[in-house]
Design a protein around this ligand. Structure first.
Ligand code: UDP
Length: 244
């Protein structure tokens, strides 16, 4: 079942259900991609129809931000829970580890994907890190070739939004991967350069506040959170949004 939040159709799944669905995609015979929109995605997609289409055509659309969960409530169509991209990524790594599958990490500044990869391999020793590439390149073709030659099953695409979603939609199928996930700054977290909010903050839905306290320059981006809530309220009053 999909839940429409300001034009983006989210999957209403628990983390565990999302992990099960993801495992199915990972074990499938063809390319799939997963997106993890937060309130910023929703607002950018209002001005970028191509981005909106790509988000809505994803195999899984997971609510990454607490702002998305609040918006769903305001719209009268609550989602089961927030499914942070980084948690879904960890669940897919555990699956890949079980399969003994192959992982490619694409994105972030030079050196970050390698460091993230080496930490991931320590935690999931049965998976194969088949390649890494930083996220600062002008020419797409050699990067697509490098990924496809590495023959990954799972591909993390961490170029920031909407770049990573557009990259997956345009090039993903050519990489031969079974599952690509757009994960923003996740490689910085896996590499240990950025730490996640402690569990207690996360449970209270305050991961955004923790992140803001660590990276105050994000204030402009985060100011979009209340904007999405007021838009949702407006949409509710006009009778828009809902399940399908
Ligand atoms: N990035 C990249 N290529 C670019 C722009 C950004 O690889 O051209 C990386 C950047 O280094 C960071 C990630 O994409 O690792 C984006 O992080 P951001 O904080 O925007 O994502 P969020 O976690 O907020 O979704």
């Amino acid at each position: 079942m999909k839940t429409d939040i300001l034009g983006i159709r989210f999957d209403d799944l628990t983390r565990e259900e999302a992990a099960q669905a993801g495992a199915g995609l990972l074990r499938s015979g063809s390319f799939h991609y997963v997106v993890t929109p937060n309130p910023e995605f929703i607002l950018s997609s209002e001005k970028d129809p191509e981005f909106r289409r790509i988000l809505n055509e994803a195999d899984l659309v997971l609510p990454d931000g607490i702002g998305v969960v609040y918006s769903a409530k305001i719209l009268g169509t609550p989602l089961k829970e927030r499914v942070p991209g980084i948690d879904f990524a960890a669940d897919m790594l555990a699956q890949l580890n079980e399969m003994g599958g192959r992982l490619f990490l694409l994105g972030a500044k030079p050196g970050v994907a390698e460091e993230a990869g080496s930490r991931i391999c320590t935690q999931y020793p049965n998976l194969v890190l088949c390649g890494t590439h930083d996220g600062y390149f002008d020419n797409e073709a050699p990067v697509v070739r490098a990924v496809s030659q590495a023959a990954p099953d799972l591909l993390f695409v961490c170029l920031g939004a909407p770049k990573q979603e557009k990259w997956m939609a345009r090039w993903g199928a050519l990489t031969g991967a079974k599952l690509a996930i757009g994960l923003g700054g996740a490689l910085d977290v896996f590499a240990g350069n950025v730490d996640r909010a402690p569990e207690k903050w996360r449970r209270m839905g305050l991961e955004w506040a923790y992140r803001l306290s660590r990276e105050p320059k994000r204030i402009g981006r985060m100011a979009k959170l209340p904007l999405v809530l007021t838009r949702s309220l407006g949409a509710r009053l006009r009778g828009k949004g809902g399940r399908s």
